[in-house]
Design a binder for this molecule. Sequence first.
Ligand code: KIV
Length: 302
Amino acid sequence: MSTTNFPAGSSSASTGISIEKVTMPKLSEMKRQGKLISSLTAYDYATGRLVDEAGIDMILVGDSLAMVVLGQENTLAVTVDEMLHHTRAVSRAVHRALVVADMPFGSYGTVAVGVANAIRFMKEAGAEAVKIEGPRVELARALTEAEIPVVAHLGLTPQSVHRMGGFRVQGRSVDTAMHLKVAALALAAAGAGAVVLEGIPRETAAAITAELPVPTIGIGAGPDCDGQILVLHDLVGLSFTPAPKFVRSYADAGTLIRSAVEHYREDVEHRSFPSDEESYHLPEAARKALGARENAGTLRKV
Ligand code: KIV
């Protein structure tokens, strides 16, 4: 296919409205221009649409879905097939944001396996980039060579929960902070287009952000990163575990949904739902004919 007349901006085929698609290079451009990057997770068509329509730049189909959508204790059990399923739904919904698929635990143990699985996310689920946890420099290089944009993830990496002995803040000493900075620089040099920094001191994140040529996206890493990400369910009150200190609550969708559902249940129990207006009706003539037939049947029985 010729790419010479590919439109520079992009437009949604379904709406015809012109939108500027967010791409991995665009995120770096935003860093250069000092524009902060907004990012959130989404896990299905509805959340994908809402988050995209709200103008969020990068949408991560996070493996946090294991916990907030599937009710698991940590992120380890979610499979490639489950992540593909959710990524597909989000990709269908999103027109503007960059869609990043999280590679689940065990799906990138070797470079070859990692590249093969990442290709599945691009080919089968419409992902525009993949995220990998830890300082996997060789994998980042191989993915980049395979034309797969990479988001790296350092600091408190939830897939290492057992090695870390729990979800603990990382990079608190000068040595560990330096290790994180060296890893971030190596990942960027290998081709990673952005680095998520999770659960590290503000000062460590600021030092990394200042030296990294690509954007840092913080979660529990203070305000000096080039962008921020949160888990959608934490932001809107749909998580059932106590929120970490870095989460700001913007809505209580849990209370809203529970109260709507209770109201519905009461209406059903009192026969006030559905109303006559919420019912379909026969045409007048058919209604009369049916009434006549019913009367005749009733008369025959007496
Ligand atoms: O899975 C996830 O949601 C993440 C975050 C960075 C929020 O990895």
